[in-house]
Design a binder for this molecule. Structure first.
Ligand code: IVH
Length: 691
């Protein structure tokens, strides 16, 4: 099990941790990795193997310790000694000149050296290192009091867990998501039918405030550090302090520059006008800072802003255009969303002719109608958004429709939700079209050549009414349709056949488009039930139970199958109920019956799990332990073990720390589950017998 690279001594292990930390630095800080991904993965695996065998070796700065395992219940407040001030803003040359004149006056007539940095449009953070080890990460909060988001910041690329020298340091910076990564997240969300994120900044901010570090780790965030607190301890000026940060292994901007005079400053600011879009992340301006810490001290701060720095904001890129009409879109889940069709207009480089208004509340807020002139900008420089009406026409204002534009069914709004939906499900041609497109789409059945137009054509010609009909199409039938020739007809039939024969249960389940059930949840379900048919059978074996009415309470129902699903790792109540409801829905059942002969038996391959001394064992970890719970769980998983939340007869061991609750101990006694302490766990992980 242990490869030749697995370190055999603690010293060798620590060296491997340092090597991997150095490779992370080359990747995130220098953007110049020196080894391939494969090589990196091998080192990482060796590290995991060593840690599985020697859980007592694990150090907090090991790259395996970036992602915690336990969701937090909340964030603790942290008070900082030096408040995080914000910056005064300038918008034009005259303002900037006035700032420069104030600085020169404050310095008794001397022209300072300035540092000019991109103003990253992200989320402000502060990192504390003690003896070179990352110990605390906090949000800006109100400047003085922030929140402890250490566990989340550990997952961020560019936040070193350990510096190259054992220094004490407090640094400030910005967490952000690159534009391309943001576009990818939104494309995935769109494919999963989820609401889109508005812009990279909000997404980064929202991600850092999530309670589950595992969720945070899924967001590809990065950090850039731009200010050292009490920087004079490490250098005489800001420029040198930032250079030192980079030496220490922290990510800094590649675009910082210095100006030695007003003319240089002015020229640099001008040069940024065209460079702004070339950066991989969003910038909303520049930050101009006096370099010398001694000069900063002379200038001092006002109650809100430092007098030695200023933000130069770039002009917002907004344009106006005329609204042509309202398009009402009916999505796969029945959501009926408003889209404004516009006179095409260029918004920072892209032609925009349609803009989603997201929901009908937004339509009401904007007070928008056909013929209006509206102001729009690219939110996050990617998705165009209407900011408001600048000139209203005489036309009536748009209001939410009462009936579905595709099938005329009365629309309904789910309690407490902003989304208006058509309840006609697959009876609605628009939803049917979207459901079939989704079924055939990437990440689901992946049928080549089955795009929007072809699906529409197949529906129009009566060849398909539901997803199961796809499997009955013949080349001869296709040949009778417009735009199909022999090759294209045969290719499509072959693609459908290939999708059918290579489908896995998880893809089939994901392709059904059950609300809230994406690829991950489908994977968990498929691992348990292996085929769609088996999943249905399991559901049918556990019908809904009616709980009789009493005098005080109305009759209720419980769904034992939803409860069974909820036992699975990663399946919460919302998903469990959605699946059970779907499987019991008569309309869905008819489609599942029709699908059964084609993909109902598609088998899920068994997932690979870590193998080791705990393979096949399920452990419950509880009580106060000497190491973070997450570290212990990671070690168990790396050794092939599974983690469960509660003790049952399936539990192999209960790992009990100090003050373990009576409930868990009683359950262990009841089911005959052996209870081990941390020493016992160390033996289990090392594959040694228990005494
Ligand atoms: S220096 C006292 N440098 O902009 C100095 N801030 O309105 C404070 N920001 O809260 C910050 N890029 O979140 C500084 N290169 C940069 C920056 C930057 C972005 C953000 C930061 C700050 C806000 C100021």
């Amino acid at each position: 099990m242990l490869g030749p690279m697995t370190p055999a001594t603690r010293d060798a292990y620590l060296r491997l941790v340092d090597d991997l930390t150095e490779h992370d630095r080359r990747y995130y800080v220098d953007a110049a990795p020196t080894i391939s991904d494969v090589e990196y993965d091998r080192l990482n695996r060796a590290l995991r193997d060593a840690e599985a065998g020697h859980p007592d070796w694990v150090v907090a700065w090991s790259p395996t310790q970036r992602v915690g395992h336990t969701p937090l219940s909340g964030f603790t407040k942290v008070e900082r000694a030096v408040p995080m001030l914000s910056l005064d803003n300038t918008y034009d040359e005259a303002d900037l000149r006035a700032f420069h004149d104030r600085v020169v006056k404050g310095l008794g007539g001397d022209e300072p050296v300035y540092c000019i940095e991109p103003k990253i449009d992200g989320f402000g953070i502060e990192l504390t290192y003690v003896g070179g080890v990352f110990t605390l990460g906090a949000t800006r909060g109100d400047g003085t009091i922030g929140e402890d988001v250490t566990a989340n910041l550990r997952t961020v690329g560019g936040v070193a867990l350990k510096l190259r020298d054992p220094v004490d340091l407090i640094v400030r910076g910005e967490v952000y998501i690159e534009k391309a990564a943001f576009a990818k997240i939104n494309a995935e969300r769109a494919a999963a039918g989820l609401e889109l994120f508005k812009n990279p900044r909000n997404t980064a901010a929202g991600s850092i405030k999530q309670l589950d570090p595992r969720e945070v780790a899924k967001r590809p965030m990065r950090a850039i550090l731009y200010e050292v607190v009490d920087g004079e301890r490490i250098a005489s000026g800001h420029w040198a302090s930032i250079a030192r940060l980079r030496e220490l292994g922290l990510a800094t901007s590649d675009h910082n520059a210095r100006a030695h005079s007003w003319d240089e400053l002015h020229a640099l600011v001008e040069s940024w006008r065209d460079r702004r879009d070339a950066l991989p992340y969003e910038v909303d301006g520049l930050v101009i800072k006096v370099d010398a810490f001694a000069e900063r001290a002379v200038l001092g701060t006002t109650s809100k802003f430092p007098r030695w720095a200023i933000a130069f904001k770039f002009p917002a890129r907004q344009v106006t255009t005329i609204v042509r009409e309202l398009e009402i879109n009916v999505g796969r889940t029945g959501a009926v969303t408003p889209v404004a069709i516009l006179e095409p207009v260029d918004v920072s480089g892209t032609t925009v002719s349609r803009v989603s208004l997201h929901n009908w509340d937004q339509v009401g807020r904007l007070g928008i109608g056909t013929g209006d002139r509206v102001l729009l900008e690219k939110a996050g420089e990617i998705i165009p958004q209407i900011l408001g009406v600048t000139e209203a026409s005489q036309e009536p204002r748009w209001v939410a429709p009462t009936h579905c534009p595709a099938c005329e069914t009365a629309l309904a709004r789910e309690e407490g939700k902003v989304v208006l939906a058509c309840p006609n499900r697959l009876g609605c041609p628009a939803q049917r079209q979207a459901a079939i497109e989704f079924f055939a789409g990437r990440g689901q059945l992946n049928i080549d050549g089955l795009g929007e137009k072809v699906v529409a054509q197949l529906i129009e010609n009566g060849l398909v009414k539901n997803v199961a009909d796809l499997f009955t199409i013949t080349a001869a039938q296709l040949l009778e349709l417009e735009r199909f020739a022999k090759t294209s007809a045969e290719n499509l039939v072959a693609a459908i056949e290939k999708a059918r024969t290579t489908a896995t249960a998880s893809r089939v389940i994901a392709a059904l488009g059950i609300p809230h059930v994406g690829g991950v949840a489908a994977g968990v379900i498929a691992q348990k039930y292996r085929t769609l048919d088996a999943l249905r059978a399991a559901c049918d074996a556990k019908p809904v139970v009616a709980v009789a009415a009493t005098e005080e309470e109305e009759a209720t129902e419980t769904d034992p199958f939803a409860e069974e699903l909820e036992q699975l790792d990663g399946i919460g109540e919302v998903i469990a109920v959605a699946i059970a409801q779907f499987l019991r829905d008569p309309h869905a059942r008819a489609i599942l019956d029709a699908l059964s002969p084609y993909v109902g038996g598609a088998l899920e391959p068994v997932a690979e799990v870590g193998t080791g001394p705990l393979t096949g064992k399920t452990l419950v970890v509880t009580g106060t332990l000497s190491r973070p719970r997450g570290e212990i769980q990671a070690a168990i998983e790396a050794a092939g073990g599974k983690i469960a939340g509660s003790v049952s007869k399936k539990t192999s061991y209960l790992v009990a720390g100090a003050d373990t609750g009576k409930t868990k101990l009683d359950a262990a006694t009841k089911h005959g589950v052996p209870v081990v302490d941390e020493d016992g766990l160390a033996k289990l992980l090392a594959g040694e017998p228990l005494p």
